[in-house]
Design a protein around this ligand. Structure first.
Ligand SMILES: *[C@@H]1O[C@H](CO)[C@@H](O)[C@H](O)[C@H]1NC(C)=O
Ligand SMILES: *[C@@H]1O[C@H](CO)[C@@H](O)[C@H](O)[C@H]1NC(C)=O
Ligand SMILES: *[C@@H]1O[C@H](CO)[C@@H](O)[C@H](O)[C@H]1NC(C)=O
Ligand SMILES: *[C@@H]1O[C@H](CO)[C@@H](O)[C@H](O)[C@H]1NC(C)=O
Ligand SMILES: *[C@@H]1O[C@H](CO)[C@@H](O)[C@H](O)[C@H]1NC(C)=O
Length: 415
């Protein structure tokens, strides 16, 4: 008995759906766009994802009712233009590159392109791609350029990249780039972020960067093969918040001009061949992370200017060839949470005041020549657990408190 009713209900529903579809297609007026702009977009994407990608049919209105994942548009004087292109497997439905991914010349015809990024796109080590492209054409518009994790992106950073005078973010991270940093990169005076980490870049850090990039907030050149000394001009990057030059082959003295970086919060120079520290490091009043481990710095901890670094939370001076005593005033930096002084030639006693740092969670003093008695409370050792180390200090000793706790590699004080 209920069957006809159900049939009627289904028919009504189907009719309704058909109407809905007809009206929505009729209402959908394509976003006004120059035909050349739309064609350039299809051909540009095809270059990366392969010629089988049928953008014209799948996405007839790319800035309107058939948006393409990773592509954004904006209106200029009544017409739609492509302003963002992101290629690579970020989301499930992202555009993914083919093994033969390549730049098509049409990419550089997208007149209003502000942001271009590639993630795991040029991955084939057999068919590599370089950055020598027609950047001049995007010089008036491009603000962000990113290439991340593209093993097949090889060759040098071309001088022509420096023509992108509106660039604010240049991120070329974990590719296979080689060669030296062109000094022309100093022309990119609007840059806020330059991150070239994890390539095989070599040569020196050009002085032009420090002389011109006064708006730079982040400079990350870690994990390359840069050599030579740090230019004094580095003090000119007065806005800098983060400076990461770790894991390179930099040598020479740390220039006193670094002290001019008053807003710097992170200084990471780990694993280089730098020597010689300067008390002016103490002028970096905002510094929270001072990471200098694995460098033959030498000298005395007193020469580090630590007395003034009251915002410091992390101090890594492991394996830096420091000699002399541990100044008690280190503990005046009340926010310290991590202190590594291990693998040096430090002498003298261990300041008891370390235990007054309420946030301290790691203290490494092992492999030095510290002497005398460790005077920390049992509670302190309990709090630190295995993140306290003092072994390989032949003349250091401790007393065992009620718990009978044993500190690995530290002998018991006699009497
Ligand atoms: C590169 O080429 C070699 C020889 O032609 C081939 O065996 C290999 O599978 C290729 N590798 C990739 C990642 O395409
Ligand atoms: C440093 O930071 C302060 C506070 O955020 C800011 O007012 C100042 O302009 C910055 N200095 C430079 C040189 O960027
Ligand atoms: C130190 O840097 C070099 C590159 O200069 C790298 O090969 C090495 O793995 C780094 N060592 C550590 C401990 O990170
Ligand atoms: C400590 O000094 C001794 C003697 O001067 C030297 O042989 C040793 O290499 C130094 N150790 C470290 C870690 O610098
Ligand atoms: C440790 O210091 C003592 C003197 O306090 C000195 O005799 C000894 O050579 C030093 N050891 C090392 C490895 O520097």
């Amino acid at each position: 008995m209920s069957k006809p009713v159900a049939n009627t209900a289904v028919s009504v529903l189907v009719f309704f759906l058909i109407c809905l579809r007809i009206t929505s297609e009729a209402d959908a007026v394509a976003a006004p766009m120059e035909e050349t702009e739309r064609e350039a977009l299809y051909l540009a994407i095809q270059g990366f994802v392969g010629s089988h990608w049928d953008g014209r049919n799948l996405y007839p209105d790319p800035c309107g009712w058939t948006p393409i994942q990773g592509v954004s548009c904006d209106v200029f004087e009544g017409l739609w233009y492509v302003v963002v292109v992101n290629i690579g497997p970020v989301l499930d439905n992202s555009l993914e590159c083919s093994q033969e991914a390549a730049f098509s010349p049409q990419l550089f015809e997208l007149k209003r392109l502000r942001s271009l990024s590639f993630f795991r796109c040029f991955t084939s080590v057999n068919q590599t791609t370089t950055l020598s492209q027609d950047w001049r054409k995007l010089s008036g518009s491009l603000e962000t350029l990113e290439f991340r994790s593209n093993d097949g992106l090889t060759g040098a950073i071309p001088v022509d990249l420096a023509l992108l005078s509106n660039l604010q973010s240049l991120v070329l991270v974990e590719n296979s780039l080689t060669g030296e940093l062109p000094q022309e990169l100093g022309n990119l005076v609007r840059l806020k972020r330059m991150s070239l980490a994890g390539n095989r870049l070599s040569g020196q850090l050009p002085a032009s960067l420090g002389n011109n990039l006064a708006e730079l907030l982040i400079l990350d050149l870690s994990g390359n093969s840069l050599s030579g000394s740090l230019p004094c001009s580095i003090g000119g990057m007065s806005s800098l918040l983060k400076l990461d030059l770790s894991n390179n082959h930099l040598n020479g003295d740390i220039p006193s001009e670094l002290g001019k970086l008053k807003n710097l919060t992170l200084l990471d120079l780990r694993n280089n061949s730098l020597s010689g520290v300067t008390p002016s490091l103490g002028d970096m009043a905002s510094l929270r992370y001072m990471l200098l481990s694995d460098n033959p710095l030498g000298g005395n901890l007193m020469q580090l200017g630590l007395r003034n670094l009251r915002s410091l939370t992390t101090l890594d001076l492991s394996n830096t060839g420091f000699v002399g005593g541990i100044p008690e005033y280190i503990t005046d930096s009340r926010r310290l949470r991590f202190i590594a002084l291990d693998n040096n030639n430090l002498t003298g006693s261990v300041p008891k005041k370390f235990q007054e740092l309420s946030g301290l969670t790691a203290l490494y003093l092992n492999d030095n020549n510290l002497t005398g008695e460790l005077e920390f409370s049992d509670e302190f050792y309990r709090r630190m657990g295995s993140r306290f180390a003092a072994w390989n200090n032949p003349n250091l000793c401790c007393r065992f408190e009620s718990s009978g706790r044993v500190l690995p590699g530290v002998q018991r004080c006699e009497n």
